[in-house]
Design a binder for this molecule. Structure first.
Ligand code: SAM
Length: 280
């Protein structure tokens, strides 16, 4: 941006502004987008360096909270806006997502995310039926949590949620020196290919209980909310050790444990829903 003389001074920490200034990495990100003609949603286009490459091959809808950047983007991309390759929404993407669908058509999410809301955004995208894949730059530890496999130290409730709807992969790391101003952490590119979507806040709550104390026994964590004898009987049925730790259990086990331990609640909810349908 010609009018911005000193990027470090311009960057607003409150909005998590660390601008990616490495063209080779931007190209690598572009090459990792699934190869089809779906629209791309970009959250936090910033100065537009990634956007500039995206609009060469895709239709893009961008969401930027910082008014100064919105004005800059509107000037920089006036031709793409005119020919409707690019649409820019100015405002907080989370507010937009609360009130409406992010996009009302299938899309891929591509973004160098503001780290302070990255986990929240990925969780929303996992639930959003229109979102087909998530390709985002996030703090390395966050990428590991979403993409780890059972048995790995980073395997978490977030990994289980990813594996419930698709497959997560940490593609590559990006050092702090590639940003202005440099963040205090290493970043990674995370790709989640979705096969479906699921929005089950009760299952999310169950996972929070299961992973509450990640280095303790899974049975101990679950026993804070469920009957210990039932937990142990279920683990025996699954033929796993009673001392299994949360990161050692498989995603399918979590679904089985959730369904069995909440059977009465789930049956009751299903009954209520069918009587609601009958009455409407
Ligand atoms: N995409 C640019 C790049 O790669 O250089 C900027 C990435 S910077 C890490 C994050 C961007 O997200 C900033 O432009 C920031 O203003 C924007 N942002 C922060 N919070 C946001 C929100 N709630 N809604 C929309 N955009 C937001």
């Amino acid at each position: 941006m010609n009018t911005i003389k000193n990027l470090s001074e311009f960057a607003n920490k409150r909005y998590g502004q660390n601008f990616l200034k490495n063209d080779a990495i931007i190209k690598q990100i572009i090459q990792s987008i699934p190869n089809d003609d779906l629209r791309v949603a970009e959250i936090g286009p910033g100065l537009g360096d990634l956007t500039k490459e995206l609009v060469l091959t895709r239709n893009v809808t961008a969401f930027e909270v910082d008014k100064r950047l919105c004005e800059h983007l509107q000037r920089l991309f006036c031709d793409s806006i005119d020919d409707e390759t690019l649409e820019i929404n100015c405002g907080d993407v989370l507010k937009q997502w609360e009130d409406n669908l992010l996009l009302n058509e299938p899309y891929h999410l591509v973004a160098n995310l503001p780290y302070y809301i990255a986990t929240n955004i990925i969780l929303k995208a996992l639930k959003d039926e229109n979102c087909q894949s998530i390709l985002v730059m996030v703090q390395k530890e966050v990428a590991q949590k979403f993409s780890a496999n059972s048995g790995e130290k980073a395997f978490s409730g977030l990994s289980v949620l990813t594996q419930t709807v698709g497959y997560g992969e940490l593609l590559f790391d990006v050092g702090a020196e590639n940003f202005v101003p440099p963040p205090k952490v290493t970043s990674s590119i995370l790709l989640i290919r979705k096969k479906r979507s699921e929005d089950n806040s009760d299952f999310e709550e169950f996972l929070k209980v299961a992973f509450k104390q990640p280095r303790k026994k899974l049975s101990k964590n679950l026993a804070t909310h469920y009957n210990r004898d039932k937990i142990e009987a279920l683990l025996q049925e699954l033929e796993v050790s009673l001392t299994i730790r949360p990161h050692e259990a498989e995603t399918s086990m979590y679904h089985h444990l959730y369904n069995e331990l909440n059977k009465d609640n789930i049956d009751e909810r299903a009954k209520q829903q069918s009587s609601k349908r009958a009455n409407s």
